[in-house]
Design a protein around this ligand. Structure first.
Ligand SMILES: [Zn+2]
Length: 270
């Protein structure tokens, strides 16, 4: 293997990483929150977080002596040479992505603080309702908080709230029982659709074969500011909530809940 950009290696340092990894066999691949986990022989785990622009791509075998030569505009930060000569390459133009190597025994503490996995059996309606109870926080930032429910990104949070008909500024603890149930269903549905569609590619996201995902074509609200709501025709609104852009339909996702006490009407700022 070769590290071309040392800061991509989050743990341990790049030198130790390069010394310890070669020869390891990949046994099993899993995911926790937004972390890709590759369980290796020797009781080690390779942990990869792609962040904004990171991709893991497979390259065919190179000619002799050219294994590390990846075209410069691929921004190859780490290159793993596989047994059969192919290269597994972590490309990352923006350099926010990270790779790390942890002994299996330290993995749990390295990933501690992550919330419920939304596509796991632990994410029951009851468990979700319990997380929301007593939280004065707005629902949109709550959904993005990885220590509550892990793995929901900005796009999927907007899509889930639209699907559930919930305004992104609603207080988490103001959701009715029915709304909590709708949101619980919506979170799982939008994530499953995203996976089914190979991910949401705005510019960079590719699967291991270099294929972009096509979930973007299926987005209902994200990045559709001023376009008509697909359900009711109202122009969609974009606003910044907790430093992240939020997209929603002011008609389908009302701030006031019909039939419930909602004493804080908030004007929709543009
Ligand atoms: Zn609408």
């Amino acid at each position: 293997m070769r590290v071309n950009w040392a800061r991509t290696v989050a743990h341990p340092d790049a030198q130790t990483f390069c010394a310890e990894l070669p020869g390891a066999e990949a046994l099993r691949i899993d995911r926790r929150a937004k972390f890709l986990l590759i369980y290796l022989s020797g009781e080690q785990t390779l942990v990869i977080h792609r962040r904004m622009t990171g991709n893991l791509l497979i390259f065919p075998p190179a000619n002799d002596g050219e294994a590390w030569e990846i075209v410069p505009d691929m921004h190859a930060r780490v290159v793993f040479l596989l047994d059969d000569g192919r290269r597994l390459v972590f490309t990352d133009p923006r350099k926010f992505g990270r790779v790390a190597l942890y002994p299996l025994a330290e993995l749990a503490s390295a990933l501690s603080g992550l919330g419920l996995e939304p596509l796991s059996e632990a994410f029951t309606l009851e468990a979700f309702a319990k997380l929301l109870a007593g939280r004065a926080r707005q629902i949109k930032p709550f959904l993005l908080d990885q220590s509550q429910v892990a793995g929901i990104g900005n796009i999927y949070a907007d899509e889930a709230l639209f699907r559930a008909g919930i305004h992104p500024l609603r207080r988490a603890d103001s959701l009715t029982r029915e709304e909590v149930a709708r949101l619980h269903e919506a979170i799982q549905a939008v994530l499953e659709l995203g996976i089914e569609h190979g991910g949401t590619s705005f510019s960079r996201h590719q699967d291991i074969w270099g294929q972009a995902g096509w979930n973007r074509e299926h987005l209902q609200v994200y990045d559709r500011e001023d376009a008509p709501c697909l359900r009711c025709g109202t122009p969609l609104v974009r606003m910044v909530i907790a430093q992240r852009s939020a997209h929603f339909c002011p008609t389908c996702q009302p701030m006031a809940v019909v039939g419930a006490l909602q004493t804080q009407p908030i004007e929709v700022a543009r």
